[in-house]
Design a protein around this ligand. Structure first.
Ligand code: FMN
Length: 212
């Protein structure tokens, strides 16, 4: 099993709750299944650029016109995508480690998704719409937030967006370990919430490890 781990958090591991979830997740996964191959991608070490007009032409030109030939400038503008999308194509499982920022995921993750989730790489189009060209089965979200978010919370701009983005390419299995209520000054049970999320991360990893 190939696991792509994308880290969208600039904070060091010692102070980051979401990175603690990731540590727990991968420890459990590797313990249960040492054959798992993990590819770690820290977006703050390899920052995706915003998609430019030239990159858009490169991604979507062939969809509009199959005979389209990109210019050198358009090809250069798609460098990040060309160098990084394959890692997602090769993955069986995608793990996203991140904090909640402004009720959503950090912009750097959106920038990465805009670069890699593009036609010709992750999906193509047939008469009935989108055809996936990947074998991704599951997306795991390892998330931390100061506030408490209830199930289907109207202020949660993270999980509905991730679900919609991956559903578009045929992936509906989204597993979540979310340490919410991490602001101890507002939430007396922040530690228990963190423990519950760590336990959830372990359980998700153990289930996945058995799937091979
Ligand atoms: C720029 C910024 C925006 C934030 N916005 C939210 C928010 O909308 N909701 C929330 O619950 N916490 C918010 N937080 C708090 C973080 O989500 C919280 O501290 C989380 O535990 C950080 O994860 P980490 O420990 O893995 O870095 C924000 C923090 C920062 C720095």
């Amino acid at each position: 099993m190939n696991v792509l781990h994308v880290i969208a958090n600039p904070r060091p591991a010692e102070t980051s709750v979401s990175k603690k979830l990731a540590f727990e997740f991968f420890a459990a996964l590797m313990e249960k299944n040492p054959d798992v191959v993990v590819n770690n991608v820290d977006l703050y070490q390899n920052k995706p650029p915003y998609v430019s007009s030239e990159a858009l032409n490169y991604f979507w030109g062939p969809v509009v016109n199959p005979a389209y030939i990109p210019s050198k400038a358009e090809e250069t503008a798609a460098n990040f995508s060309n160098n990084n999308a394959q890692a997602l194509v090769d993955a069986d499982v995608l793990v996203l480690t991140m904090p909640v920022w402004l009720n959503s995921f950090p912009a750097i993750l959106k920038a990465w998704l805009d670069q890699v989730l593009v036609p010709g790489k992750l999906f193509t189009f047939g008469p009935d719409g989108v055809i996936p060209i990947h074998h991704l089965r599951t997306v795991v979200l390892l998330v931390s937030s100061d506030s408490v978010y209830k199930e289907d919370d109207a202020t949660d701009g993270l999980t509905p967006a991730i679900r919609a983005i991956f559903s578009y390419i045929g992936v509906d299995d989204i597993q979540i370990a979310w340490a919410d209520g991490q602001d101890a000054s507002r939430h007396f049970d922040s530690e228990q919430r963190r423990e519950m999320a760590l336990e959830a991360a372990r359980e998700i990893a153990e289930d996945l490890a058995e799937q091979v």
